[in-house]
Each structure stands twice: as C-alpha cells, then as structure tokens.
Ligand binder design. Structure first.
Ligand code: AMP
Length: 210
C-alpha cells in the first residue's frame, strides 16, 4: 500500500504514520526527518535547508523532490510505504505522479488551529531516529528518552510559538489545496485528529480500510 498523511504541523501525521508503519510493516518516509538529519550532519543540502526550516518556510520543491526520488528507489519501498510530510505543494504532488507513483490513500488528519498551537508546546522529538512524542498525550515510556533508540528527547526549534504560526499559515496557503487534488483522484479520506491519539488511530485504521 502507498499511503500519504496530510495535515497541519502538529496534527499528528508523524505519530499516525509511525503506528501505521508498524501495523502494516512498510516504512515511513518523512521528508522533515530526512531534512533535519541533513541539517544536523551539516551536509550541503542541510546547510541550504536550515534557514527555511528555522523560519517555518518550505524547502525548495526541487530539493525535496530529489530527496524523495532517491529514498523511494531503495528496496524497502518495494512493497509499499507511508509518506509523512510529502507532497506539501501541488508541484510536489505532480512530481510524484510523474515518477509513476499512484497513491492508494491520502489521509488528511484535521485539527483546529487553536488546538495545534496548544499541542506544539508539549511536542518532543528524538534527535536520534526522529520519533515524535507528546509530554501528556503520547509520552515515551520513561518520559525523557526515545522508546525506540533510547536517545534523549528534545524540543524542535521550529515548534517555537511564533514559528508555529508561520508554519500554519504556509499549510493553509500551500499544502491544504492538495486536499482538492487528491479528492479529484478519489483517494482522499478525512480523519478527525482532535482527541486522544488512540481515538485518531482507530479512525485512521478505518480510513485506510486495512
Ligand atoms: P515536518 O517535520 O514535516 O514538520 O517538516 C519540518 C520542516 O521541513 C518544514 O517546516 C519544512 O521547512 C521542511 N519540509 C519537510 N517536508 C517538506 C516538503 N515536502 N516540502 C518542503 N519543505 C519540507
């Protein structure tokens, strides 16, 4: 299955993508995780992307499309994959079509902006593997380290309240139009993401239909 999670920053895409990945045994590909890793390692792409991430802006389409092309060519994607955070613009969606990749489902996780702004203050991420947690809604087992790789959890710099506002604005202006794009293809499913993680997971399973 080829699934894409769409939604505002903090809607719970990463969390649901990881749970779906574990359930279906297919990898999650998160462009955000790949770009943050490149920033951390100081690669040429990472150095270019840094200022965009810090400002809550999108990295150039050509860069992100290149990342995805390379990643989807790896053998673990042969039996399907889950996209988290890609595509985020209509040209990115068109590039995916041009690669001959037809998604089976696009799951749009919807949460009101006011709830998002509140949620972001509690978000924690693993600097090692990129897994995402929340201090109250989805804590790691010991509350300080990642369940998967035991690396200490940190706060993302772009989760600062003023950056979150910019990211929400970018989402509504540039990414939300993708709902119409995938609605027209008949593969869009809307999931109410306002509530407990387990509730959203149940709705997600239903929307995927597997
Ligand atoms: P995320 O972890 O998905 O919230 O992504 C964090 C940041 O990485 C975004 O705010 C963008 O700066 C960048 N990014 C991730 N995915 C994309 C994408 N598909 N297109 C452009 N920029 C992206």
């Amino acid at each position: 299955m080829k699934i894409m999670f769409l939604g505002a920053p903090g809607a719970g895409k990463g969390t649901q993508a990881d749970k779906t990945s574990a359930r279906l045994g297919i990898p999650t590909i998160s462009t955000g995780v790949i770009i943050r890793e490149a920033v951390k390692c100081g690669t040429e792409m990472g150095l270019k992307a840094k200022k965009f991430i810090e400002a809550g802006a999108l990295v150039e389409d050509s860069v992100v499309i290149g990342i995805i092309k390379e990643r989807l060519a790896k053998p673990d994607c042969e039996n399907g994959f889950i996209l988290d955070g890609f595509p985020r613009t209509v040209p990115q969606a068109e590039a995916l079509d041009e690669m001959g990749i037809a998604l089976d489902r696009v799951i749009s996780i919807e949460v009101p902006d006011e709830v998002i702004a509140e949620r972001m203050t509690g978000r924690r991420v693993c600097a090692g593997c990129g897994a995402s947690y929340h201090v109250t809604d989805n804590p790691s087992k010991d509350g300080v380290n990642c369940d998967k790789c035991n690396t200490p959890l940190t706060v993302r710099a772009d989760d600062a309240p003023e950056v979150v506002l910019s990211r929400l604005a970018v989402y509504h202006e540039t990414t939300e139009p993708l709902k119409d794009y995938y609605l027209a293809k008949g593969i869009l499913k809307i999931v109410d993401g306002n509530g407990h993680v387990d509730q959203t997971s149940r709705r997600t399973v239903e929307a995927i239909g597997k």
